[in-house]
Each structure stands twice: as structure tokens, then as C-alpha cells.
Design a protein around this ligand. Sequence first.
Ligand code: MG
Length: 160
Amino acid sequence: MDYRVGSGFDLHRLKAGRPFVLGCVRIDWPEGPYGHSDGDPLAHALADALLGGAGLGDIGEHFPDSDPAWKDCPGDRIVSLAAEKTRNAGWEPVNVDATVVLERPKLKPYKEAVRGRVAELLGVPPDRVAIKAKTNEGFDGVGRGECVAVWVTVLLARAG
Ligand code: MG
């Protein structure tokens, strides 16, 4: 079998009044990730992991923030397009493992929804997607609740 591993990271500052979209799921919270697009850090890290694993470069090359086409672009569109580019390059996603680091809100009530949404976008069963959440124990900007960081690992297998 022919496999590739992709890894992705993203961090976004949290701002009052911004919608909190994480893994293409809207979270009920008075502040949210700030960014040129919708700022969904899980979607961006996932797109980077897919593109990286397929040897296609990074999210900035495919969806440059200098291009108005990507302003306020929803994370689910970026993930779908990255998955399509990955498949067109001959690679199928096998599983996804994501770690979200933020102080608040608690993600427990949303983890299953995020898992289902990510699985749906990638066309894999939900048991191939793991969404893990943790805090930064009060350290640095993440620990002070100023930003949210996400790490994603994805396994790709040669299609067909
Ligand atoms: Mg981002």
C-alpha cells in the first residue's frame, strides 16, 4: 500500500463579536476567531494537512489572503476544495486526528458535531475522525484565552 502523512497547524486570535466557527460547526460563544476568511482554524489546519500530505504545497498558495475571492470564505468550502485537489492528485483520506487547544468555551458539547461535519466533508465514516480538545494550562496567548490553536494529522492512501 502507498501511504502519505500530512500535518497541519493553524492559530487564530479570538475577537469579540466574531462568529466562532470550528471544524465548520458554529459554536455559541460571544467571541470567535479573527481572520481574512471565516478564521476557522480547524478547517485551515485540515486543508493544510491534506495539501501537505498530497505534496501540493500549502493553504496560502491555494487560497491566498491577498485574493478577495477568499475573503470571508467558509472553512467548509476550503476543506472541500482541498479534499478535491488531494483526490485529483490521486490520494484518498484514510483518517484525521485533530487536537484543538483553547481555554474556553469547553468543546465537549460540540465534538461529535465537528467530527460528523469533518467526516462528511472528507467522505469518510465518522469513526475515522478524532476531535480532541485541551487547554494550554494558562500559558501564553492560548492559555490567556486570546487565541485558539489547532494541530491536524491526516493519513492519505493512494486512490484506486
Ligand atoms: Mg487560518
